[in-house]
Ligand binder design. Sequence first.
Ligand code: NAD
Length: 259
Amino acid sequence: MDLKDRVAIITGAASGIGKEIAFRHAEAGGIPVIADLNLDQANATAEEIKAKGGQAFAVAMNVTDEDQVEKGVADTVAKYGKVDILVSNAGIQIVHPLVDFPFAEWKKLLSIHLDGAFLTTKACLKYMYKANYGRVVYMGSVHSHEASKLKAPYVTAKHGLLGLARVLAKEGAEHNVTANVVCPGFVMTPLVEKQIPEQARALGISEADVVSKVMLKDTVDGQFTTVDDVANAVLFFAGATSNVYTGQSLVVSHGWFMQ
Ligand code: NAD
């Protein structure tokens, strides 16, 4: 894998899945840039990595704000001279039945997942094209392929990332830039912990039933996917040494969705 000294901007890396990707990238000799809305937590993550002997850099970035995205990417390039990898991972979840979904919440979710992926991609590409190298990985979901009740904007956004990755796979090829999507099943992170009571209320079932009868119902073994499982898949695409993997999506879900 080609990760050593590779500079990776990882959005939403102050928590959950993104944080694990940052740790694992640093362990592989790469330089993660922790780009997050929450600068205090991003700084704390960077310090934890440095305390373990790795390199890391924290930048404040709301992925829906073009100026902040451009600045975070420019600051990264000013510090390290390049950006080799983008992991577009920042995301949120909001659940309501479609019939009641507040328009403002629909727009907020789509903006973080889709505008965020677009703006960070666009900002990184100008440097990647100049360098003739780039690996872009989008954080999709089983919901890039499957639907669930209550998750209209999330399912819409995660399906949309497949389209973005496929366009970039075609446009980026002549610049040695690949684009792929990693699609996890449920991973126990703050994003999911918050959803369990919300879904229990919305569906009128117990929290234990949300886990066993909704979240893990269609897995082959009733197991959660782990942050480690997801980081492995991301680093697989991020460290690929050729265009062999591009425009692909890899589902990491204990068989919940089978391609
Ligand atoms: P998390 O809540 O633990 O972490 C999300 C991070 O994103 C937080 O640090 C938060 O501050 C940051 N963030 C939120 N809005 C932002 C914005 N506008 N700009 C920059 N940063 C922002 O969540 P997680 O579970 O680690 O999720 C990470 C990604 O993985 C999301 O895209 C999510 O949809 C996806 N995913 C999660 C699961 C799961 O089960 N946890 C499954 C499939 C996909």
